[in-house]
Design a protein around this ligand. Structure first.
Ligand code: C2E
Ligand code: MG
Ligand code: MG
Ligand code: MG
Length: 288
C-alpha cells in the first residue's frame, strides 16, 4: 500500500493542472488580443512541380506575430485556438490575407489554406469561404483547402457533405499529412480529394530509409491509380528531391524549395519573381 502517495501526490497533481490551465488561459487571452490587433499573419511556402521545378502555388501557414516582428508557429497555438473556439477566426484571417496576396500573383498560381476538423461544425463555412473569395475577387479554382485524415474520424457525413459542397463550387481539396492519421481507404475514396500530400516523416530520411522508400513508391502508385496528384512534404535536400521525383511524386514542398515567408520578403515570393511562375525555383542556401 502506498502510504505517501495520498494527499501530497494528489495536491501536487492538482497544482500542476492549475498552472497548465492558467498558462493556457493566458495564451488564449493573448491570442484573442492578437486577432483583435490584426497580428495573425499568413506566411507562404512554395509548391513546386518536380518535373520542371516551376512554382505552381503556395501554402498559406498561420503565424502569430509580436510587436517586435518575431512570430510564433502553429504548434504553439493551433490546438489552443481549436479548444478556445478561435480557430475559425484564424482560418478566415489566413484565407482573406492569402486571397489578397494571390491577387498580386500571376493568376495561374494557386494558394492552399489549412482547415481544422473543428470547423466542420460551422454551418456557414462554405458560404463564408465563397463570400471571402467574392469580396477579394478570387476565382474558387485558385483555392485549395487542406484537411488531414483526422478531420474525417469525427462526423464523417458532415465532413463529406462540406468537402463536396466546396468541390462543387470549384475549390480544390487536398489530403494533408497522409500516412499519419486513422482514416480508412473506403472513406478516402468517397471524398473529393484531388491531391494527396505525403507526410514529411516519410520524406525527410528518404535517401537512407528503405521502408519509407517502399511506402512512398507504393502510396504514390496507388494515388495515381485513383487519379490523385501526389505532393511530397518536407523536401529538404537535393537527394530528397531526386528521390521523390524517382518515386513518381508530382509536387514537392520543403525547405529546399523555400521556407514559409511573408510575401515579398524573399526570393521565393511571387512578388520578387518578376518573370512569373516560369522561373527556376530558388534553392535555399540555408543548411538543412
Ligand atoms: P502542414 O499543413 O503540414 O504544413 C507544413 C508544415 O511543415 C509547416 O509547418 C512548414 O513550415 C513545415 N515544413 C515545410 N517544409 C519543411 C521541411 O522541409 N522540413 C521541416 N522540418 N518542416 C517543413 P508550420 O507552419 O509550423 O505549420 C505546422 C502545422 O500547423 C501545419 O502543418 C498545419 O497542420 C497547421 N497549420 C498551419 N497554419 C494553419 C491554419 O491557418 N489553420 C489550421 N487549422 N492549421 C494550420
Ligand atoms: Mg513549424
Ligand atoms: Mg497543410
Ligand atoms: Mg502537412
Amino acid at each position: 500500500r502506498c502510504k505517501n502517495n495520498g494527499r501530497n501526490g494528489f495536491s501536487f497533481f492538482e497544482a500542476g493542472m492549475e498552472v497548465a490551465a492558467l498558462r493556457r488561459a493566458k495564451v488564449e487571452e493573448e491570442l484573442r488580443q492578437a486577432l483583435a490587433e490584426d497580428r495573425i499573419q499568413a506566411h507562404f511556402q512554395p509548391l513546386v512541380r518536380l518535373e520542371d521545378k516551376t512554382i505552381i502555388g503556395y501554402e498559406a501557414l498561420a503565424r502569430w506575430c509580436m510587436g517586435d516582428g518575431t512570430c510564433r508557429e502553429p504548434d504553439e497555438f493551433i490546438s489552443i485556438a481549436e479548444e478556445a473556439g478561435l480557430i475559425s477566426d484564424i482560418f478566415y484571417v489566413v484565407l482573406r490575407k492569402a486571397a489578397k496576396a494571390a491577387r498580386t500573383w500571376p493568376s495561374e498560381l494557386t494558394f492552399s489554406v489549412n482547415l481544422s476538423p473543428v470547423q466542420f461544425n460551422d454551418p456557414w463555412l462554405v458560404e463564408r469561404i465563397l463570400q471571402i473569395l467574392v469580396e477579394e475577387g478570387i476565382q474558387p479554382g485558385r483555392l485549395d483547402i487542406e484537411v488531414t485524415e483526422n478531420a474525417l474520424v469525427g462526423d464523417f457525413q458532415i465532413a463529406r457533405d462540406v468537402l463536396w459542397s466546396l468541390k462543387n463550387q470549384g475549390i480544390h481539396i487536398s489530403l494533408d499529412d497522409f500516412g499519419t492519421g486513422y482514416s480508412s481507404l473506403r472513406h478516402l475514396s468517397e471524398l473529393p480529394f484531388e491531391v494527396l500530400k505525403i507526410d514529411r516523416s516519410f520524406i525527410e530520411n528518404l535517401s537512407v530509409d528503405t521502408t519509407s522508400q517502399t511506402i512512398v513508391r507504393t502510396v504514390t502508385s496507388m494515388a495515381h491509380s485513383l487519379g490523385l496528384i501526389v505532393t511530397a512534404e518536407g523536401v529538404n535536400s537535393v537527394d530528397n528531391a531526386t528521390a521523390v521525383s524517382e518515386f513518381g511524386c508530382d509536387i514537392g514542398q520543403g525547405f529546399l524549395f523555400g521556407r514559409p515567408e511573408a510575401v515579398g520578403a524573399g526570393r521565393a515570393s511571387p512578388a520578387a519573381n518578376e518573370d512569373g511562375p516560369d522561373n527556376e525555383y530558388p534553392v535555399s542556401d540555408e543548411p538543412t
